[in-house]
Write a protein that binds this ligand. Structure first.
Ligand SMILES: NC(=O)c1ccc[n+]([C@@H]2O[C@H](COP(=O)([O-])OP(=O)(O)OC[C@H]3O[C@@H](n4cnc5c(N)ncnc54)[C@H](OP(=O)(O)O)[C@@H]3O)[C@@H](O)[C@H]2O)c1
Length: 217
């Protein structure tokens, strides 16, 4: 597949090499490719290590992509993607964003309870197929499920379109995920986004980001 990976942070650093190794074409999206290559030293190192990675603006990364990943900063992502709605018509949009409001102490979630970033994104992109997933994991754990409990833990998918969830579930399986749990419509993104409070305190308690949640049934 041709995958537009929108975002140049830790999620991009984890996903891009793995997607390339699975023979996908990966186009990374950023606000300004020139600024990113000049000022984002970590991304510049990634780009020199993986010359197959293309770097474009968010808008230029989307055309021709079979699947688009939203790995943009949570509070900024809906506003950043709304102008791309026409280009994203019919596309599967994998949303890994977290609704942390870092402007206040202790990582408050916003939206929470009655709304979610996944739902906001789906409302902003009404003709796209938003699938929320991987957001209950650290970036490094997203692509290395086997490093945690021999891979015996759960990744969740939420979305209104069954065919889009099937595409994303297949991609997750190819990344090594064994337990992909379909939580239902995009409304269920509220549930996994609210797990982030649990994620923060669990991370502090176990002293590592490399852990996962497992639904025992
Ligand atoms: N890091 C993790 O372990 C982890 C785990 C689970 C979920 N998530 C979620 O996944 C998403 C990506 O996380 P990340 O850690 O890889 O990166 P991040 O630091 O949260 O976000 C980096 C990306 O956001 C873009 N960005 C920042 N402010 C922006 C603005 N005002 N307008 C448009 N774009 C803006 C940056 O653009 P430029 O490229 O132009 O700088 C960059 O591409 C986030 O929503 C995060 O909450 C992260």
């Amino acid at each position: 597949m041709r995958i537009a990976l929108l975002g140049t942070g830790a999620v991009c650093h984890a996903l891009a090499p793995e997607l390339l190794s699975l023979d996908h074409d990966v186009v990374v999206g950023t606000r300004s490719p020139r600024t990113t290559l000049e000022a984002n030293k970590a991304y510049a190192r990634l780009a020199s290590r993986y010359p197959a990675l293309e770097l474009r603006t968010f808008a230029d990364a989307v055309p021709g992509a079979d699947l688009v990943v939203n790995a943009i900063d949570g509070p900024s992502c809906v506003a950043a993607l709304t102008p791309l709605a026409p280009a994203l018509v019919g596309r599967v949009v994998v949303d890994v964003s977290s609704p942390f409001d870092w402007s206040v102490p202790d990582a408050v979630l916003d939206p929470v309870n009655t709304d979610s970033l996944g739902e906001r994104l789906q409302r902003a992109l009404p003709r796209s197929k938003v699938v929320k997933t991987l957001n209950t994991l650290s970036a490094q754990a997203m692509t290395a499920p086997a490093l945690i409990g021999d891979g015996d833990h759960t990744v969740f998918v939420s979305g209104d379109d069954a065919s889009a969830k099937a595409v994303v579930s297949e991609l997750l399986t190819s990344l090594g995920w064994k337990d992909v749990l379909d939580l239902g419509g995009i409304r269920s993104a509220r549930a996994t986004e609210m797990m982030l409070r649990m994620w923060i305190d669990t991370s502090a308690a176990v002293g590592t980001h490399m852990f996962g949640f497992k639904i025992v049934r």
